[in-house]
Ligand binder design. Structure first.
Ligand code: ARG
Length: 577
């Protein structure tokens, strides 16, 4: 059940019945303050203006055509013509019953599922995943989970970078090590070091650099031996990624990898096609597309270069090929790209060009979902203490150790194995949640103390709240199925909790529409807070049987909502911590 949608429909219909034009939105939102009710409709004023009517008079007309008696016990006109709606406790109680009896928490699947391609994580395989990949990976994964839960057909595409000149250097280094008969898999156990050493040879040793360039050419012309070496490298690098995904609890698997190299055979035809359509211009020997849309104030256009002088293709060419593949082969209705905000121009250009060239249908929605940078406390992009790029796997190890130390000090009597597991869950959750809970488009500061704190909008706070509620339910020693009776929402705290519980699907839809998991985080944090106020004011275990049953049902519902919400964020919960 989505109350917002329900109210929107009803009020919109009443507006039409009252003489308003078809299709004017009712604009129903959750009210900001209790005195404004639970929901507020703001659409009256706009329509009244069109009708040249006094908004309060029009609001009055709308109310005469609006029947909300089943769900609301009070509807007010306020200010210049807002409609404030107060939900009816009996109705909420009955809705909560439905949620309790449903594994999906009464969230309906969409009636028209879309095919949605989600392009996320997508690291370059020449190096190991670093902190810069955290955002794309965890935000993308939680949006994927949410869309799937809503019933969409989601196709994950891990558009990894596995092609380009730096691979010549890496292959040359592999070749050299093999001649010295070093164990390749050992040397590749740390790709950062491998890359650094290869780069050193490349910069200092001319004959090595020559060999590296030869290998690029050999690779591109499909030389068997060279490809075998490259395959070996890519496989090891992907295995590193998979270890990180596993540690992070991210749902990406090998079958979701659709690397840049997979489009190699399509690149020439992308350029030919653009040429046929008269979109290409040669500029200094390179093949470019100049689009008016991308002119600056002086009228200078930043072109999309699709083929370099000498024939090489680029990142843009590959993305155009990927667009065409996603439309023609995967048949997507919507494409979401979770990629750093610094690539915004690239995506705007690719999307515009893809449409002009007819690679995507006009009705297909293409959405770059940009994100900000993870910053250090010094206000610069986050680095390790020694100043290097922070390897993601090392960061996640550190998170688990820190969390372990923290929970061990809180639970000196707990068995080592359980402490280790709690440390793992809390550590990973902290890093993920710190990222997911920030508005996607802004930068944020990576701060261990803040993300591991048990206070505020953090993973430890939410996981602890969940485990506490789970333990209350457990201590009540009541079987859910045996709890009869009505849910009574007589106190303001019980009522407030019920309203929040019923807003779960609204948070979900925001995440799905905007690709912004922080809406879910804010919702869950809020829910946990509302529960705590409820629990303080309304004792559960010591209450009279009927009251106890009713409050217990609210607690159970809160626990399952927190669990489901965290699960959709990609965060494991603990029954005890
Ligand atoms: N590999 C690229 C990078 O690390 C990101 C790729 C994003 N996806 C895409 N279709 N371009 O910057």
């Amino acid at each position: 059940m989505n109350i917002q949608t329900l109210l929107n429909t009803r009020i919109q219909n009443a507006m039409v019945a009252a003489g308003g034009p078809e299709g004017s939105p009712a604009i129903v939102r959750q009210s900001a303050k209790v005195q404004f009710g639970d929901y507020q409709a703001n659409g009256i004023m706009g329509v009244a203006k069109k009708l040249k009517m006094n908004p309060r008079d029009f609001a009055q007309n709308v109310l005469e055509h609006l029947d909300l008696t089943d769900i609301s016990d009070k509807v007010d006109i306020a200010g210049p013509g807002f409609i404030n709606i107060f939900l009816k406790p009996e109705w909420m109680a009955q809705e909560i019953r439905r949620v309790l009896n449903d594994a999906r928490l009464d969230v309906q699947q969409v009636s028209q599922p879309q095919t949605i391609v989600v392009d996320y994580s997508s690291p370059n395989l020449a190096k190991e995943m670093h902190v810069g990949h955290l955002r794309s990976t965890v935000i993308g994964d939680s949006v994927v989970r949410t869309l799937e839960f809503l019933g969409h057909h989601v196709i994950r595409q891990n558009h990894v970078g596995d092609w380009g000149t730096q691979f010549g250097m890496l292959l040359a280094y592999m070749e050299r090590l093999r001649q010295e008969s070093s164990e390749i898999s050992m040397v590749l156990s740390d790709l950062e070091i491998f890359y650094r050493d290869a780069k050193k040879c490349f910069d200092e040793d001319e004959s090595f650099a020559v060999r590296a360039r030869e290998l690029v050419v050999a690779l591109q012309s499909g030389d068997k031996q060279c490809l075998a070496l490259w395959n070996e490298f890519i496989d090891i690098s992907l295995t590193h990624c998979e270890e990180t995904y596993k540690m992070l609890g991210v749902s990406l698997k090998r079958e979701h990898v659709m690397p840049e190299s997979a489009y190699n055979d399509d690149l020439a035809s992308v350029v030919t096609e653009l040429n046929h359509q008269g979109l290409l211009t040669e500029s200094k020997g390179a093949q470019c597309v100049f689009m008016e849309e991308f002119a600056n104030k002086e009228g200078e256009i930043t072109p999309v270069i699709v083929q370099k002088t000498g024939g090489g293709f680029l990142y843009s060419t590959t993305d155009l090929a990927a667009l065409r593949f996603r439309q023609h082969t995967l048949g997507f209705d919507r494409g979401l790209y979770f990629v750093d905000a610094r690539q915004s121009l690239h995506f705007q250009q690719i999307f515009t060009l893809g449409r002009k060239a007819g690679f995507v249908k006009p009705e297909t929605s293409l959405e770059h979902m940009p994100f900000g940078t993870v910053m250090g406390r010094d206000g610069k992009p986050f680095k390790t203490r020694s100043g290097g790029v922070a390897k993601l796997s090392a960061l996640l190890e550190e998170a688990q150790e820190r969390a372990y130390t923290l929970v061990s000090s809180k639970n000196p009597d707990m068995a080592e194995e359980e402490l280790k597991n709690i440390g793992r869950v809390v550590g990973i959750a902290s890093v993920k949640y710190a990222d997911l809970s920030k508005n996607r488009t802004s930068d944020y500061v990576f701060n261990w103390d803040q993300m591991l704190s048990f206070e505020g909008n953090t993973a430890p706070y939410l996981l602890y709240a969940y485990s506490r509620i789970a333990s209350i339910v457990k201590r009540s020693e009541t079987e859910l199925s045996t709890i009869e009776g009505v849910i009574s929402l007589s106190s303001i705290q019980e009522r407030a909790l019920a309203v929040r519980l019923l807003q779960f699907s609204e948070a979900l839809e925001q995440v799905a529409n905007d690709g912004m998991p922080h809406f879910m985080c804010t919702y869950l944090y809020d829910l946990a807070g509302v529960f705590m106020s409820f629990y303080e004011a309304c004792p559960i275990l010591t209450a009279e049987p009927e009251v106890k049953a009713s409050r217990l049902l609210l607690a159970i519902n809160t626990a399952s909502t927190l669990k489901k919400g965290l699960e959709l964020l990609g965060i494991e919960t603990l029954e005890r911590m």
